[in-house]
Ligand binder design. Structure first.
Ligand code: CA
Length: 702
């Protein structure tokens, strides 16, 4: 009884403090550090360890079939929704595409406030993988969001009013922010994206109260060899510089952006962040094919107060395939061979599951969780991959698994201390890597040193069928100690959603085709599903309020998979994003989506002055990333079905004059000549009419 009274007193004290100082006023390091056992969701991955496990068990196998909609909200954007909502002091905070922030009453769904940073639509061009945002951080009465155009904005948690705003990137460079900030010891941590375009990556720590920069860690050496006056200076001089011989990186930036994973261990006072691939992708162009290129594709540990380097583990030394190590990381305590370890777990793009001792960066074990062709394993003595020599592509095409979209991307995995399993949203897709002949740096464009045409060469029907059979999505329950799958749910498509594990022994995940599912965490038996009517990529979260457990998630297709590989995803029009919140016995009903009308165009009389064969080359080198290889796009506009291709004037108005720049489709006049554009139109019209793909003799056929 005394404990209950004390608990009540504590709860009342917290509520009182929250009332006196405004919502979320008491969210600090102590509260986030104990978030793993809380009824709330206080940071991106719930607490600092980012296990995405909630002990709540009021929703469980016995009653999950009665899970129904409690409330929902619909948003004003049909672009990808990747955010994890946070729930603090009865308020649910989330973000949508274009970096907009919303605060709802977490029990009723009543909107308390919203904030639109008014990101210029032109900035969408700099977003490799859709104009998404993965969520906010909360600390001492403020809500923090990173915006697509590189700002870090602090908002009053009670009103949404801007407390401060800082530009964290050079606005003249193709940086974006899509990741959620984290707050550690009164410092807001934020990274950025843009490696495909060519930037030099870094992570920054800003004073949570004032927005003043406290420290910055560059992941790539300064190309001039000079010191930056940054936390990374010492380690770059001692370790980094020597791993970067001559090459295009000095011009292009080297990559290594920190666009997602940031975790913190309060007991060791260490921050861990994941680092993206190198730029250009092709290491032969980037650094003459030499050097490990620190810290691309690495997990880096730094001291929280200063950003000073402690250790790193590089998953792909001399990375060359967009195999980033920026995928979500989980901290846990595991007993391996009878010895307790403080571990960090990551399933990066390259297809291996890594268990690392987070006190010193030593690799404890690594095993591939999907089929991979680039390496036969990881050498446990050196910690380095045993690479397949053919993976270092050049003139020859290397058909490789995983693809640049990864065996696991940003979609968060979850770890249940109850089952001891990690639930990985996994995917499989091959990619044809071939070096680009005569790579030249194009400021502001994608700079890969990879011939993207190799991935768009015509295939025979048998090859097409073989490729399609290799493309899979799955939810894998992975034993991180034994390094093996315990159960697997196969999905009809790849690019599915992030995962939540709960004390009710349930695992929740949404899927590309639009369902949200719940599974028995022990054996993978499906126990619930709900049709959202839209694709799902965002992870669910859960919280308890007023004695009721809720499960919430953002719904809406998009992100890099939809943008760059739409041919392998369900054909659906873009639909407005929604936030769905469930509870046992919920009876709310979200209306069916109104499907937008599809343009019906007649190409039979359309003529062009272009060369479709050259247009095919230009299209796949410049347009396929957003509109699909060979114009198979179904998500961003399917250009072979676009009314704009029927006249040169209409097509030029977009491609040359940039009339749709507000959507991110900027003018390509700095990349393409007028005849290139007409050739692309000729290619698109041909594809719209059902012409076969042109066959080039200069591209190796596979
Ligand atoms: Ca990348």
């Amino acid at each position: 009884m005394r404990i209950i009274r004390l608990g009540l007193a504590l709860a009342m004290a917290i509520t009182l403090a929250a009332c006196q100082k405004g919502p979320a006023a008491t969210v600090d390091g102590t509260r986030i550090a104990t978030a793993d056992s809380s009824n709330e969701w206080l940071s991106y991955g719930k607490g600092y360890s980012e296990q995405r496990f909630s002990p709540l068990d009021k929703v469980n196998a016995t009653n999950v079939s009665q899970l129904g909609l409690a409330w929902y909200a619909q948003f004003d954007t049909d672009r990808g929704q990747e955010a994890t909502p946070l729930m603090v002091d009865g308020v649910l905070y989330t973000t949508t595409a274009w970096s907009k922030v919303y605060a709802f009453d977490a029990a009723t769904g009543k909107l308390k406030w919203s904030y639109d940073p008014k990101v210029d639509g032109n900035k969408g061009f700099d977003a490799c993988c859709d104009v998404v945002n993965r969520g906010v951080a909360i600390w001492k009465g403020k809500v923090y969001v990173g915006t697509l155009d590189g700002r870090l904005v602090a908002l009053d948690a009670g009103t949404g009013a801007v407390a401060w705003s800082v530009q964290t990137t050079d606005p003249k460079k193709p940086f974006t922010i899509t990741g959620a900030p984290r707050v550690v010891k009164d410092k807001v941590l934020i990274g950025n994206s843009g490696a495909e375009y060519g930037v030099r990556g870094y992570i920054s720590a800003y004073d949570a109260a004032t927005g003043k920069l406290v420290w910055r860690f560059y992941t790539i050496p300064n190309p001039t060899g000079a010191a930056d006056g940054a936390a990374s200076d010492k380690v770059m001089k001692e370790k980094g510089q020597a791993t970067w011989p001559e090459g295009a990186w000095k011009l292009v930036g080297g990559g290594g952006t920190v666009w997602d994973a940031i975790v913190y261990d309060p007991s060791l006072d260490m921050i861990y962040f994941g680092v993206d691939n190198g730029t250009p992708w092709n290491q032969k162009e980037r650094s003459g094919g030499k050097g490990d290129n620190l810290f691309v594709s690495s997990i880096v540990a730094v001291k929280a107060d200063t950003g000073e380097y402690v250790w790193h583990y590089q998953v792909n030394p001399g990375e060359s395939w967009d195999y980033s190590a920026v995928q979500p990381m989980i901290l846990a305590d595991l007993t391996i061979a009878g010895v307790p370890h403080k571990v960090l777990m990551q399933a990066p793009k390259n297809g291996f599951f890594y268990v690392v001792d987070r006190t010193n960066g030593k690799l404890l074990s690594a095993k591939n969780f999907v089929p991979v062709t680039w390496a036969s394993g990881i050498d446990m003595t050196t910690g380095r991959p045993i690479e397949n020599p053919a993976a270092r592509y050049g003139k020859d095409v290397d058909l490789q698994m995983p693809a640049p979209l990864g065996a696991h991307n940003w979609h968060p995995m979850a770890f249940s201390p109850k089952t001891g399993l990690v639930y990985i949203p996994a995917q499989q897709m091959p990619f044809a890597f071939q070096g680009e002949d005569g790579f030249k740096y194009k400021p502001g464009a994608w700079n890969l040193g990879v011939n993207l045409l190799a991935n768009a060469t015509p295939l025979s029907p048998a090859q097409t069928a073989a490729m399609a059979a290799m493309i899979k999505g799955s939810l894998i329950a992975w034993d991180p100690v034994a390094q093996k799958a315990v159960w697997t749910v196969q999905r009809p498509y790849f690019w599915n959603a992030g995962v939540l594990a709960t004390g009710g022994n349930l695992v929740f995940q949404g899927a590309a085709e639009g369902q949200v599912y719940a599974y028995d965490a022990t054996n993978g038996k499906q126990v619930w599903s709900y049709p959202t009517g839209n694709g799902v990529i965002a992870p669910p979260m859960t919280y308890e309020l007023g004695g009721e457990q809720y499960v919430a998630l953002m719904v809406g297709s998009g992100g890099g998979g939809q943008v760059s590989a739409p041919a392998y995803l369900p054909k659906r029009p873009r639909l407005p994003g929604r936030l769905l919140v469930f509870k046992i016995g919920g009876t709310a009903k979200a209306p069916d989506f109104v499907l937008p009308a599809q343009p019906d165009i007649d190409l039979s009389k359309v003529t062009t002055n272009g060369d479709p064969k050259h247009g095919y080359v230009v299209f796949n080198n410049n347009c396929q990333v957003c509109h699909g290889a060979n114009a198979t796009g179904s998500w961003l506009p399917d250009l072979k079905r676009s009314p704009l291709i029927t006249t040169a004037q209409d097509f030029n108005s977009v491609v040359i004059q940039g009339v749709k720049a507000h959507n991110g489709m900027i003018s390509f006049s700095r990349f393409l000549k007028a005849q290139d554009v007409e050739d692309v139109r000729a290619f698109l019209v041909g594809q719209g009419k059902g012409d076969p793909l042109p066959v080039l003799t200069t591209v190796a056929q596979k």
